[in-house]
Design a protein. Sequence first.
Length: 442
Amino acid sequence: MPTFEQLKEVMRENGIVGAGGAGFPSYAKLDQSVDTIILNCAECEPLLRLHRQLLETKALEILRALDVIAKTIGVKNVYIALKKAYKDAIRAVEAELDSFENIKLATLDEVYPAGDEVILIYEVTGRVVNPGALPLSVGVNVFNVETIYNVYKALNGEAVTEKYVTVTGEVKNPQTFIVPVGTKLSKLVEMAGGKTVNDAEYIMGGPMMGPLGSVEDYVTKTSNAIIVLPSDHYVVMKKKANSNIGIKRAMASCSQCHYCTDLCPRHMLGHPIQPHMFMRVVSNHDTRDVQPYMDAMFCSSCGLCEMYSCHQGLSPKSLIADFKATMRKNGVGVPRGIEAKPVVANREMKRVPIERLTSRMGLEPYDVSAPISDVKIKPDSVRIMMSQHVGVPATPVVKVGDKVCVGQVVGRVPDDKLGTHVHASINGTVTDVTDRYIIIKA
Ligand code: SF4
Ligand code: SF4
């Protein structure tokens, strides 16, 4: 068993970051003060299936890595959090559980956003993370499924050079590919049979939280899905909405019905966020009471209020996100030291079923399986970004003309800075080096 410091070193050297979301370096998350680890396989956004597929095929490897982490940091409560409906993944995990005395299954209801760390921790342990606080504050480490699979590979000497990416929506053959980091996204759409609509838009990640993006970009360690949709689809139109118009629409038609707040997952856990109050003050340019603005800083951007709750089709989440970005730009962070109020009564009954959410968003026609493909994508070249993680970007340590091989470090982060190294994902020759990326030709 590695020591705590050895495990951190293995994770850092092999470039392991959270394989979804912002890409927080995983070694920096490890903490010996926690008493619980949760493997997050809630995968609550409509159309996403990657994590359960990975558990179905790599359960033993993932449980082994989780066991090493738990034993190294001295944790006895380890939960694999899976939705009740993920029957194949549950079967795969149950088949291996006997060999791991501290690992248990925690089954979750089919609701959104069960995968939000704060919600997940409450559903699994009953503990409420205070507004703006980290899971560590309640003694919990939460890890993504693919991240832990990457830990398994790192413990066996392999750095992060590949990524699982699901391509679904308006493509001929929705599939999940294992691709070298740095592959052009358009290559993946092509491998999925190409788009089936002329005027397509691409969502990078889940339909609730993923932004619109371009397939001219490249796979990073945090890419997990490309959802192809017609440009006039409800979800695309929502994501394209203009905030100035959004405020005018709120001024004209927010009825203050309170539904957005009643169904807000963070509000239901006792966090102060009240989107209806934010809509009231922001649409009236009312600054007499700043509390609704400060409370809005606790929004998780789950998107439920604008994709599901608001019967007027308004956009609380987007307006709040703009407001938070402005606050950040001006150096104002999330308020600290706030205590959560008691969890609201009847919370269980107010949670939003994933099926209803999928239907409300017009995504039912795309709710199909996207199996892991056997086809290995071999790009002619890759563009490896130097910043694929939270923290300091890596600095290139290769030059044009160098021959590199898979797994070789091509960008380093100083030992005393937050971040992880980046590695060559194909064998080849370096053809371009900038502060932002390096290009390797196969
Ligand atoms: S649900 Fe819509 S209409 Fe109702 S308070 Fe919220 S933003 Fe206003
Ligand atoms: S996006 Fe809306 S529903 Fe989600 S946390 Fe923010 S205010 Fe609440």
